[in-house]
Ligand binder design. Structure first.
Ligand code: GLA
Length: 393
């Protein structure tokens, strides 16, 4: 991407030049959905879309933030001593929360900053634009103030912003993927212990495609929080009988033997998804490592079915896209990705067929749903980092 327009914008808005430039990606999750807060495995990767942050330190204690995505909102200003959540600060609450918690952890951030943000993650698509802006802010502050923070620390602070500052009870997957990802790799993360391993994603003659339903995601945070409490309920029912700390500690057979202890039918279905999805995720990594892409695709399909039938987070638009994709020659696997309730699905498709498939799936989806889908061939990129040096090279 040519960053000259953003540099120019930075000089125009802040009347200084020469900012350092940072980038944090968005993410997709290959498999392992709604398992992170159940102590299970997830297998996400970073994409090449993300959030750019151009930043300089100031000599006073003022923080000035501007997003090129929301020019109408204009510049948002506050001092280092005024770091509370404010509705009218809109998108800027994400970077503000990061700065607040970094200071609360005892990091020496003794001057203000000017930061210009620009994101090219499709809006509201469920590709984690919020974790992306959190992490790019974290890396900016880390580098400008030479804090030398552990990356995992920034990841945890990003999650805390989401949970405590914004109020979404999300797990650690998004911040972890965005903070820790590596180009051309997925990262298998055990969300109970935070042990992780990278796995090269070599799809040979296949493309990974992102299919955006372009359906506005509605009530995501309230429905998301509802799923979380349903899982908590299932866990509490089971903890009366077995000693477990999270649902994903159970093997499938153990769950089958114990499931009647979960009182509520719906809650039991939610728990079933978590347990089975966790095992699919471990299996999927094995298949990928052995080059069994077809088997990996079958597991993706099963994951979607479970999210549709047991976890009930897919909805009409995602189902229309994914179920039609399943019927097409050249589609190896397809599933929703992220929280669900609209947003994006992903598919692994044969390269030779991908153009035709995109046309066909798009036409069918438009006919059935009335929405225009957008398709992207996913590039798998690096985690959050400074890019000034790369740009100059
Ligand atoms: C959202 C949350 C994640 C995770 C996914 C579902 O992206 O932020 O923590 O729970 O949904 O897998």
């Amino acid at each position: 991407m040519d960053l000259t327009p953003l540099r120019n914008k930075f000089s125009e808005i802040f009347e200084v030049s020469g900012p350092r430039i940072f980038f944090a990606p968005g993410r997709i999750n290959l498999i392992g959905e709604h398992t992170d807060y159940n102590g299970g495995y997830v297998f996400p990767c970073a994409i090449t879309f993300g959030t750019y942050g151009l930043a300089n330190k100031r000599n006073d204690d003022l923080i000035r933030l501007y997003s090129a995505n929301f020019p109408d909102i204009g510049m948002i200003e506050f001092s280092l001593r005024e770091l509370e959540f404010l509705n009218e600060h809109n998108w800027a609450n994400y970077p503000k929360g990061m700065i607040k918690y970094l200071i609360e952890e005892g990091n020496s951030i003794n001057t203000g900053m000017d930061i210009l943000f620009y994101g090219n993650i499709p809006n509201g698509a469920g590709l984690s634009s919020s974790a992306s802006i959190e992490l790019v802010t974290g890396v900016i502050v880390d580098c400008l103030f030479e804090l030398n923070l552990e990356r995992l620390n920034l990841v945890k602070i990003g999650k805390k912003v989401e949970n405590k500052f914004i109020g979404v009870n999300s797990g650690i997957m998004d911040q972890f993927a965005i903070g820790m990802a590596k180009k051309d790799c997925g990262v298998l993360l055990d969300c109970q212990t935070l042990a992780y391993e990278y796995a090269p994603i070599d799809l040979e003659n296949h493309h990974l495609i992102i299919m955006n339903t372009n359906k506005r995601r509605e009530l995501v945070s309230s429905k998301y929080n509802e799923r979380r409490s349903e899982c908590q309920q299932a866990l509490e029912d089971l903890q009366k009988i077995v000693k477990i700390e999270s649902l994903c500690q159970l093997k499938e057979e153990e769950f089958e033997a114990l499931k009647h202890h979960i009182q509520n039918d719906i809650v039991r279905k939610r728990a079933k998804h978590a347990v089975y999805e966790n095992h699919r995720t471990i299996q999927a990594l094995k298949e990928l490592k052995s080059g069994h892409i077809k088997k990996f695709g079958e597991l993706m399909n099963q994951s979607h079915q479970s999210l549709r039938d047991d976890y009930e987070v897919t909805g009409n638009e995602l189902d229309t896209l994914v179920e039609f994709a399943w019927q097409q020659k050249g589609v190896i696997g397809a599933r929703m990705t992220g929280a669900g309730f609209g947003g994006c699905a992903i598919a692994i498709v044969e390269k030779a067929e991908s153009e035709k498939l995109i046309q066909k799936i798009g036409r069918h989806y438009k006919e059935k749903s009335g929405f225009e889908a957008t398709f992207y061939i996913a590039g798998i990129g690096d985690g959050a980092k400074e890019i000034t040096q790369e740009v100059i090279k």
